[in-house]
Design a protein around this ligand. Structure first.
Ligand code: S3P
Length: 439
């Protein structure tokens, strides 16, 4: 094991039982910091995700002069500086592993009139950024990338931005959000049309802060020059983090688990639809709305799963859950086919290739295709898999241990902290036989 590395070691078998609450939603936590910082007045956030990604956003706004108290036990208090109150930071804003921070901030900061540099780690510095800088340039922004279209991003001050009507070439909530956030600072109307529905937390939260956003079908519009009014935000538990437990409890005989206060935004719940199509037993209890976002408790019990052809329209609604879903497919009877998911190749790792490689180590037939994968359900053995520093790959393979016949070592798991601090402890409490080894 390399120095400073973190590996997960798992004994095979076990089941998941009891009730637990996974940490706060990452997407909502980022947006709460961004909008609370720019609002007029004081916003109080509860349930904030204290993971490295959302903390990177928090630190960026502190570096731009926003007074932020916390986080303490998920509580953050933001003393908003108003739409034009950000100050130039001392140096580059380091956004670590966080694609959401970088893409949304590129939009939000494009029209501030500030000279700024956004940097990230090796994974983030290899991810495509032209998908945001190109539409932002059409709005009048000046943002440099490397020749490869990657970070660091250098944002140059411009006099003003103007609204555009943009057809998104990929179904991406990050690109949509970047354009809408730049649109707050643009003259006139900014509209984004999506090829398929993607998570709508930006639109919901803007409305929560009193900013009018008009949605008609796949088109979302707003008019620049308005203001945000502080509000309080209750961040639900992240369905993307709950997904590992939904899969773990579904595949492990004897499991009966309650996941509390999970965000059930209809643009995020594709994992439940897909698992149910595979035969999972998931009950949605106590569905209600909290601060403009639906939440529920989810009861999941073991059930025999079957392979399916995953409907393409569900892909954007479950985009972060595929590593976990591939583990479900490996434990299902028959073949699972995923298409229309080429976006998985440009996430924190190439999630199609990395998952296929790991599943093969465990003895599963997994055939990567340009835009998806074909997985034959089978018997999982043990072995060593590499997560490539991708948090969701690490947690997905941890759940595979519940059905493996031998022990598992998962390498390079430190980035689990980006979205799910305390994962190993929480999973162990529910019954996963996991230990963490720090090198
Ligand atoms: C996110 C959007 C998704 C998702 C990411 C978070 C967001 O990315 O994969 O983890 O908070 O807007 P894309 O919109 O690029 O698909």
């Amino acid at each position: 094991m390399a120095e400073n590395s973190t590996d997960f070691i798992l004994d095979p078998g076990g089941s998941l039982k009891g009730s637990l609450r996974v940490p706060g939603d990452k997407s909502i936590s980022h947006r709460a910091i961004m909008l609370g910082s720019l609002a007029e007045g004081t916003s109080r956030v509860t349930g904030f995700l204290e993971g490295a990604d959302s903390l990177a956003t928090l630190r960026a706004f502190r570096a731009m002069g926003v007074e932020i108290e916390g986080p303490e036990a998920g509580r953050v208090t933001l003393h908003g500086v108003g739409m034009h109150g950000l100050k130039p930071p001392q140096g580059p804003l380091d956004l670590g592993n966080s694609g959401t921070s970088m893409r949304l901030l590129a939009g939000l900061l494009a029209g501030q009139g500030l000279e700024l540099t956004l940097t990230g780690d090796a994974s983030l510095s290899s991810r495509p950024m032209r998908r945001v800088t190109e539409p932002l340039a059409q709005m009048g922004a000046r943002i440099d990338t490397t020749d490869a279209g990657t970070a660091p991003l250098h944002i140059h001050p411009v006099e003003n931005l103007h609204g555009i009507h943009y057809e998104l070439p990929v179904a991406s909530a990050q690109v949509k959000s970047a354009i809408l956030l730049a649109g707050l600072y643009a003259e006139g109307e900014t509209c984004v049309t999506e090829p398929a529905p993607t998570r709508d937390h930006t639109e919901r939260m803007l409305r929560g802060f009193g900013y009018p956003v008009h949605t008609e079908g796949r088109r979302i519009c707003l008019i620049g020059g308005g203001k945000l009014t502080a509000c309080d935000i209750d961040v639900p538990a992240d369905i993307s983090s709950a997904a590992f437990f939904l899969v773990g409890a579904s595949i492990a005989p004897g499991s009966d688990l309650l996941l509390e206060h999970v965000g059930m935004n209809p643009t995020r719940d594709g994992v439940i639809t897909i698992l149910r199509l595979m035969g999972a037993n998931i009950e949605v209890l106590n569905l209600h709305e909290v601060g403009g976002e639906p939440v529920a408790d989810l009861r999941v019990r073991h059930a025999p799963l079957k392979g399916i052809r995953i409907p393409e329209e569900l892909v954007p609604l479950a985009i972060d859950e595929f590593p976990a879903l591939f583990v479900a497919a490996a434990c299902a009877e028959g073949e699972t086919v995923l298409t229309g998911a080429e976006e998985l190749r440009v996430k924190e790792s190439d999630r199609i290739q990395v998952m296929a490689d790991g599943l093969r180590v465990l003895g599963i037939h997994a055939l990567p295709t340009p835009d998806g994968i074909v997985i034959q359900g089978g018997r999982l053995g043990g072995g060593e898999v590499v997560s490539h520093g991708d948090h969701r790959i690490a947690m997905a393979f941890a759940m595979a241990a519940l059905r493996a016949s031998g022990s598992l070592r998962i390498e390079d798991c430190a980035n689990v902290d980006t979205s799910f601090p305390g994962f190993a402890e929480l999973a162990a409490r529910a019954g996963l036989r996991i230990e963490v080894e720090h090198g």
